[in-house]
Write a protein that binds this ligand. Structure first.
Ligand code: UDX
Length: 442
């Protein structure tokens, strides 16, 4: 019998997972307590920008393979496998993760579970959460031991969410029974047949594999950004340095792009929650290096502000600054902990008039940072600017003609916060180019 799937939580993770499960041929119900989101999704609209997702959502809503609801009772009645995909944001004023949304799902769903089923957590949680939730399921579910829990962390990247879900690098499942493993082998049969590594482990290892991966990625970025600091002092070029070390395939060139650092809804909060959890477990020394990773990352933002100020003769007062990019990375409209907006905000506080343009993130940016000015094109953002800051590496910005843009600015200074512009082209067009970690560039 084909498993019937429910997906609880319809944010980035849940919407993508629900749509991709339908694409893999399953009957799926997506559930969220936010009825507005459910209405939008039922009409075929994804409430955020993610390439390829909306056409697939429409396809499966229209075919009836994907339905949406706000009712736990309906989900419990329908599903054999319930994926939990709600958020675990950073707690206000603390490093620790807020797992209350995950707990709410278990408290809301479990009392309706009257037949055999498997709950599968995909949310990023502090290690130990699954153990605790398994106990709650046992206490609350009328089905008793027939309602089980597994943990199956999600590694998808925004901007590549559909591809990462349909063709993951690996699948990791934390289970407490052979039956749970069997169910998940059926769910992921297509990926397993295609050769995707399938790792079966306990809850703790599964939970840790997600945060450990994100901690490693964050460390890799901060490592190259620390090298950028050195290059600035020593007269080196960090992009060439990254190439030079990246050819060693033990190191690898991926995730060695230096610039204004990492942001988004995952890496910053995940490394902080990881440190907090290590402290609770009495292993805080193991992760103290992540404090430094976080500090290096934040320092890149202030360094970018300093560079921009230098281009404005040492003071932002009365100056116009153009900021190209608001999303935390390209191909996304996500502005959570966006380094670009953080830099824009800091510069505005120091007296400049800041004008921001982003191809997709304008609505989100103006909602979260309403006091910045928003322009509707690159040209409009850069009009009369004393310095142009390139802070999110959209293709559209790499394709800018620096000769034409040079005609609208007050002075030709560009700070490349992503080390992604073609230095030669910009300098040939009369611009003074400043890249982070590029001490040798004029
Ligand atoms: C990340 C993980 O990659 C993913 O596996 C996990 O499931 C969720 O968190 P995501 O937040 O979508 O995914 O973004 P990612 O592509 O990892 O980029 C994170 C941040 O690092 C971005 O702000 C990006 O601009 C920055 N980054 C990335 C760099 O500064 N340099 C790099 O070389 C790579």
């Amino acid at each position: 019998m084909t498993q019937r799937i429910s997906v609880i939580g319809t944010g980035y993770l849940g919407t993508t997972h629900a749509v991709c499960m339908a694409e893999l041929g399953f009957e799926v119900v997506g559930m969220d307590v936010d009825t507005e989101k459910i209405t939008k999704l039922s009409q075929g609209y994804v409430p955020f920008y993610e390439p390829d997702l909306e056409p697939l959502l429409r396809k499966h809503v229209e075919s009836g393979r994907l339905r949406l609801t706000s009712s736990y009772a309906e989900v419990a009645d329908f599903g054999d496998v319930h994926f939990i995909c709600v958020g675990t944001p950073q707690r206000k004023g603390e490093f620790a993760a807020d797992v209350s949304y995950v707990e709410d799902v278990v408290e809301g769903l479990a009392p309706h579970l009257r037949r055999q089923c498997l709950l599968v957590g995909k949310s990023t949680v502090p290690v130990g959460t699954a153990d605790h939730l398994a106990q709650r399921v046992a206490e609350l579910a009328p089905a008793g031991a027939a309602a089980e829990l597994a943990w199956n962390p999600e590694f998808l990247r925004e901007g590549f969410a559909v591809e990462d879900t349909l063709k993951p690098d690996r699948l990791v499942i934390g289970v407490s029974s052979d039956h749970a493993e069997q169910v998940l082998r059926e769910v992921y049969a297509e990926q397993i047949a295609a050769g995707t590594p399938f790792l079966v482990t306990n809850y703790a290892t599964a939970e840790l594999s997600k945060v450990a991966a994100n901690a490693f990625l964050a460390t890799k970025i901060s490592f190259i950004n620390a090298m950028a600091e050195l290059c600035e002092h020593a007269g080196g070029d960090v992009t060439m340095l990254a190439d030079a070390i990246g050819y060693d395939d033990r190191i690898g060139r991926k995730f060695l792009n230096s610039g204004i650092g990492f942001g988004g809804g995952c890496l910053p909060k995940d490394i902080r929650a990881f440190m907090a959890r290590a402290g609770e477990l009495g292993a805080d020394q193991a992760l103290t290096f992540l404090r430094e990773v976080d500090a290096i990352n934040i320092r890149r933002r202030t360094r970018t502000v300093d560079m921009a100020r230098e281009c404005c003769d040492g003071s932002f007062v009365g100056k116009r600054v153009a900021v190209l990019g608001a999303a935390f990375k390209p191909n996304s409209d996500d502005v959570r902990d966006s380094p670009a907006l953080n830099v824009a905000g800091l510069i505005q506080l120091q007296g400049a008039q800041v004008s921001v343009y982003d191809p997709k993130a304008m609505t989100n940016a103006s909602r979260y940072f309403p006091t910045l000015d928003y322009a509707d094109s690159i040209k409009a953002a850069c009009g009369g600017a004393h310095v142009v800051l390139h802070l999110t590496e959209w293709r559209e910005f790499r394709d800018i003609d620096p000769v034409q843009l040079g005609e609208v600015v007050a002075q030709r200074y560009v700070v490349d916060g992503r080390n992604a512009l073609d230095v030669g082209r910009w300098e040939a067009a009369g611009w003074t180019y400043r890249g982070l970690g590029r001490g040798v560039v004029s």
